[in-house]
Design a protein around this ligand. Structure first.
Ligand SMILES: Cc1cc2nc3c(=O)[nH]c(=O)nc-3n(C[C@H](O)[C@H](O)[C@H](O)COP(=O)(O)OP(=O)(O)OC[C@H]3O[C@@H](n4cnc5c(N)ncnc54)[C@H](O)[C@@H]3O)c2cc1C
Length: 387
């Protein structure tokens, strides 16, 4: 457990990185350069393009440093991260080797005047906590680093969105709301997180909803190049998005685009139980066409009176370039509301008596958090995946 002084020194150091021009990118470059100088053999674990890797690295650091005073949360995140890295072929020794490269990167960044013995000690203790948790979790995990799966159905529901159904070679146990890392044959070594859109089942069927991100490395291939028969690799589940059944609070779920997937999986799981809290699910997209799953959600709400589904779009009309039909919203469904999702949801109040989950693109999650904060929603009630 770190003391408050060490936490504040580490946070101050990282804040100076975030505040500097190109700070996060420079820190990440310096870290990987030092790592590959110290251990040239590590380069083979990483893809040719390191952009996404560096981005993930800085985001993970930000999440860890933000949560250093919440022991349980940070340790669980680090252990998941350690286990997840096994898909790259690394083990505990690699994490411990990485700590010294990170210390050098920070020392180079902040400069010798700021790098006192006390600062160095705080960094050593923090990174020991980080690497020990990751190393022990990676070395003690008995699950395989990933499983094989075969695409059995690839449905292009929109020009830029596909529903991909796979048959896992072996059933993976995941909780609804968790996510997994996926590698596809068209883009080896480029793992991307996806959230299963259905609960796990003994048949080993899994379903993903994938949006093509313009200019992205992997999602365009998942949407436009993947075909039935392709073999994907799926790593063990991560994340802790879940409804707390131990407290007497109803639920607010806010989905943007394919961020619907982990919320849908939870609602489907709840539909198998006899008692549930009330759930308000706001499902949003930019255009009416983006409400691609309205029919399934409507059917779920018909047979589950605890579930209310409210469709929302930012724009009232489809874009001029949209071709193909836009399915009508099912008759009887709540009428479509219009506006930025954060603004629409907070029109109804602060939802202070709800447990809240937000899922969507990083910008959708950030703007929705901002809107909730502005109306006084208690932030400890809000969950979202690391951005
Ligand atoms: C916990 C978690 C769960 C996820 N679940 C899903 C899911 O179920 N379905 C799904 O389609 N995607 C999901 N994603 C996003 C997915 O992992 C990829 O980030 C996304 O598909 C882009 O990958 P790419 O290789 O095409 O783009 P990259 O080459 O990685 O990035 C290209 C550019 O696009 C930006 N970018 C990355 N992601 C997004 C985004 N979502 N919106 C806007 N810009 C973006 C990057 O910052 C970069 O500038 C999830 C992400 C996380 C962290």
């Amino acid at each position: 457990m770190l003391d408050a002084r060490a936490i504040s020194l580490v946070r101050a150091g990282f804040k100076s990185v975030l505040a500097a021009e190109n700070g996060p990118a420079l820190l990440a470059r310096s870290f990987y350069a030092q790592l590959f100088v110290d251990h040239p053999e590590f380069r083979a674990f990483f893809p040719a393009s390191m952009d996404q890797q560096r981005d993930h690295f800085v985001r993970a650091l930000a999440y860890i440093f933000d949560n250093l005073d919440r022991n349980e949360r940070v340790e669980s995140f680090l252990q998941q991260l350690g286990r997840d890295h096994r898909k790259h072929g690394v083990d505990g020794t690699h994490f411990r080797a990485g700590a010294s490269a990170l210390i050098s990167a920070f020392r180079n960044f902040v400069g010798n005047e700021v790098w006192t013995d006390e600062v160095e000690d705080a960094w050593h203790r923090t990174l020991a906590l980080v690497t020990d948790n990751m190393a022990v979790a990676a070395d003690s995990d008995e699950l395989p680093p990933y499983w094989g799966a075969t695409i059995v159905e690839h449905q292009r529901v929109l020009d830029d969105l596909a529903i991909v159904r796979l048959q896992l070679d072996e059933g993976i146990h995941y909780y609804p709301g968790q996510y997994v890392s996926v590698q596809i044959p068209q883009r080896p070594k480029l793992w991307r997180y996806l959230s299963p859109a259905i609960p796990c089942n003994p048949q080993g069927e899994i379903e993903f909803h994938v949006r093509r991100v313009s200019g992205g490395w992997v999602s365009p291939a998942m949407v436009t190049e993947s075909v039935v028969g392709d073999r994907w690799a799926v790593s063990p589940p991560l994340g802790g998005l879940q409804i707390d059944r131990g407290i007497d609070e109803d639920v607010l779920m806010i989905a943007g685009g394919t961020g619907l997937a982990p919320l849908r999986a939870q609602v489907m799981d709840m539909a198998r139980r006899s008692r549930n809290p009330r759930v308000h699910l706001f499902v949003s997209g930019t255009y009416p066409r983006d409400l691609y799953d309205a029919e399934t959600l409507w059917q779920l709400s018909l047979s589950n009176p605890w579930l209310t589904v409210v469709p929302v779009t930012e724009e009232d009309e489809n874009p001029w370039w949209h071709s193909g039909p836009t399915p009508e919203l099912p008759w009887g469904m709540h009428h479509r509301l219009h506006g930025p999702i954060g603004k629409v949801v907070t029109q109804f109040g602060s939802w202070a008596d709800r447990q809240i989950q937000i899922c969507g693109s990083p910008s959708m999650v950030r703007t929705t958090l901002y809107a909730l904060r502005k109306v006084g929603t208690p932030m400890e009630h809000v969950q979202h995946d690391p951005l």
